[in-house]
Write a protein that binds this ligand. Structure first.
Ligand code: SAH
Ligand code: SF4
Length: 337
């Protein structure tokens, strides 16, 4: 709830305004039951327990990397569903990669999150709870969030926007929108709606291929909105927000790693202030694709740079522990059955 909503809730219970501030402080500190809110009257705590709940997630699996400080989590939700999150340590602080849906209905061919379709949307508080659980578990403060876990955030638009408003509220977790990235597979209608909010977040577009035939074979969403329509929406989004856009490009051997792909990519991104993030594709058990070898990836990057495109190869964190992108959850689910 926003502070205004809390004030309204408490005033409906006949409580003074300052109680909302107290309650918000407790929520911000990560308390997950009303009983622990010791400076509030017992009768109010009981009333709150009867009528409200504080969303929380339970850690089912915790995998800690020995190479870097990455921790991968499988969380259980109130209804027994599982989701994944990853905590990563960078020089500038801690980043959490959160899920926005349970499963995904976009069905990209290389991604394990979509294999069984969508179970349900996550609420904004279930998104917040993923960050709070990682903070509690490691006794740290998270400074950056990437909405790049399971699910398509723009297919869960209202909850994603509500999450952005809550997480950045100075009365809430107070993580600045400039420290948040939202990744989309290219839901153009969602990009157009998001533009209206003019959030200073980083929009990441999972492009993965510069030709429609290749992209459509990897991503069903391209059959609805093709590359030209997607890039048009990106340009309009950038006109409003003036923020640099990040394009994700998962390199798959023999699919999208050719010289022609690099050249076409540079051509279509002309005129967009952007950055290309090259991701060596993460193998998925149910699939047979492979990532190109290191030399080929570097070659692709250099070619892009020589054509004037800003590109980096994403550092692989936590490579000694199980992969993510929906695979951890699948494994945990299989183990439970
Ligand atoms: N649904 C959103 C955000 C979640 S997916 C989206 O698609 O953008 C986050 C990122 O992981 C996307 O760029 C997605 O394409 C990428 N991804 C999914 N499976 C992958 C895999 N097996 N290897 C590499 N990247 C993968
Ligand atoms: Fe969904 Fe993103 Fe995975 Fe595609 S890549 S199936 S949109 S989570």
């Amino acid at each position: 709830m926003t502070e205004a909503e809390l004030i309204e809730l408490l005033s409906d219970m006949g409580q003074p305004k300052f109680r909302a501030g107290q309650l918000y402080k407790w929520l911000q500190s990560g308390v997950t039951d009303f009983d622990g809110m010791t400076d509030m009257p017992k009768s109010l705590r009981e009333k709150l327990s009867d009528t409200c709940y504080i969303a929380d997630v339970k850690i089912i699996k915790r995998l800690q990397s020995k190479i870097d400080e990455t921790v991968k989590y499988v969380y259980e939700l109130y209804d027994g569903e599982y989701i994944e999150s990853v905590l990563m340590k960078y020089e500038h602080g801690y980043t959490v990669c959160i899920s926005t849906q349970i499963g995904c209905r976009m069905g990209c061919s290389f991604c394990a999150s979509g294999i069984n379709g969508l179970s349900r949307n996550l609420t904004a508080s279930e998104m917040l709870a993923q960050i709070m659980a990682a903070e509690r578990d490691n006794n740290i403060r998270v400074s950056n969030v990437v909405m790049m876990g399971m699910g398509e955030p723009l297919d869960n638009f209202d909850n994603s926007v509500r999450f952005l408003e809550l997480v950045s509220s100075d009365k809430g977790m107070n993580i600045g929108l400039r420290h948040i990235s939202l990744s989309t597979s290219g839901v153009v209608s969602g990009i157009e709606k998001l533009k209206e909010y003019n959030f200073p977040i980083t929009l990441s577009i999972s492009l993965h291929a510069p030709f429609d035939d290749i992209r459509s074979s990897m991503m069903k969403v391209n059959r609805k909105w093709n590359i030209a329509e997607l890039l048009k929406a990106c340009k309009e989004y950038q006109k409003v927000t003036t923020r640099r856009i990040s394009f994700e490009y998962a390199l798959i051997e023999g699919v999208n790693d050719s010289k022609e792909c690099a050249e076409q990519l540079a051509k279509i991104l002309k005129g967009i202030m952007c950055h290309v993030n090259l991701i060596p594709a993460n193998p998925v058990k149910e699939n047979s694709f492979k990532k190109p070898d290191k030399t080929k990836i570097l070659h692709f990057k250099r070619l892009l740079e020589s054509l004037g495109v800003n590109a980096t190869v994403r550092r692989t964190l936590g490579s000694d522990i199980d992969a993510s992108c929906g695979q951890l959850r699948r494994k945990a689910k299989e183990e439970k059955l």
